[in-house]
Write a protein that binds this ligand. Structure first.
Ligand code: ZN
Length: 160
């Protein structure tokens, strides 16, 4: 399926009208997501009750890519900050609409995978939010942020 069809299908499925800029950004996402794009969009159409923001599609992309991590060719260098997705996650404390949960927003990476039109991570902050710390070497930055978010949300749930 070609990119326009995938994006068109998504917007149609949620009865959403495409603005030119938004359509372009989703199109770029589909290009970056490559062979994963169709599956992720299809899953979103089947399961989501609301039109998926890019951050949600991108979390799905990161999950898919990291679950395939074991089969990664270790000789392929991936961007540490974005796993070659072009997006770097920033973790926010529970606030506003997401009062119950820590949540992630995506910013554009500084590498060549980054999508234009999205605020750049390293323009907003001089350095990454979290250190490698005790995380193993195969944890790249998005894995660390995911792990920390999960950990903090679990603690919230358990009232620790
Ligand atoms: Zn990157």
């Amino acid at each position: 399926m070609i990119e326009e069809d995938i994006v068109g299908r998504l917007f149609n499925a949620f009865g959403k009208r495409t603005s030119e800029g938004q359509g372009r950004i989703y199109m770029e996402w589909v290009t970056k997501a490559g062979r994963y794009a169709e599956d992720i969009i299809e899953a979103s159409i089947q399961n989501d009750t609301t039109f998926p923001p890019l951050a949600r599609l991108n979390s799905a992309l990161i999950n898919k890519k990291s679950s395939e991590r074991v089969s990664y060719d270790p000789n392929i260098e991936r961007c540490y900050y974005c796993l070659d997705t072009g997006f770097v996650p920033y973790l926010y404390d529970p606030a506003g609409v997401s009062a119950e949960r820590y949540y992630i927003k995506m910013f554009a990476c500084k590498c060549s995978q980054a999508i234009v039109g999205i605020p750049k991570y390293f323009d907003e902050w001089n350095e990454v939010q979290f250190e490698q710390g005790d995380y193993e070497k195969h944890f790249l930055y998005p894995h660390i942020v995911d792990a920390i978010m999960m950990d903090r949300n679990n603690r919230l749930n358990n009232g620790v």
